[in-house]
Design a protein around this ligand. Structure first.
Ligand SMILES: [Zn+2]
Length: 134
């Protein structure tokens, strides 16, 4: 099951699709979900970059629903599609936050191990809390 999720996540590695999608404006509830994800990630011990820019996109179905990008000046942006259900948005935000944390961590982690960590982290936080995204 985990391996299937990893394969699907790795095949989503085309982050450019979402990054280049048209900007969009999230619903207030979507912003709340992502704020909740950040808070829960920090409570769970994730060391996030001091500044993360959130960018919302009108993502298409064939595109990934989340992506993170680190620019040459060292700033980080987390891209999220507005076109996803609350639970998926919560999970994707947690997944990408783990990726961001890992960018500051051990550079020797393989892509596979990074995916594993992101999927496991999102699962752990989603399973631990009540349905805070609802
Ligand atoms: Zn991932």
């Amino acid at each position: 099951m985990l391996d299937e999720m990893i394969l699907s996540a790795l095949s989503d590695a085309d982050v450019d699709g979402l990054v280049d999608a048209p900007p969009s404006v999230p619903l207030p509830a979507q912003v709340r979900i992502v704020r909740g994800a950040v808070t829960r990630a920090q409570v769970a011990g994730l060391q996030l970059p001091r500044e993360v820019i959130f960018r919302w996109r009108d993502g298409r179905p064939e595109q990934p629903t989340g992506a993170c990008v680190t620019f040459e000046d060292g700033t980080h942006a987390l891209y999220l599609s507005v076109n996803q259900q609350p639970e998926e948005l919560a999970r994707v935000a947690l997944h990408e936050l783990q990726h961001l944390a890992d960018r500051q961590g051990d550079p020797s982690l393989s892509d596979l191990e990074r995916e594993r960590r992101a999927i496991r982290f999102a699962n752990r936080v989603m399973n631990a809390a009540g349905a805070w995204w609802a």
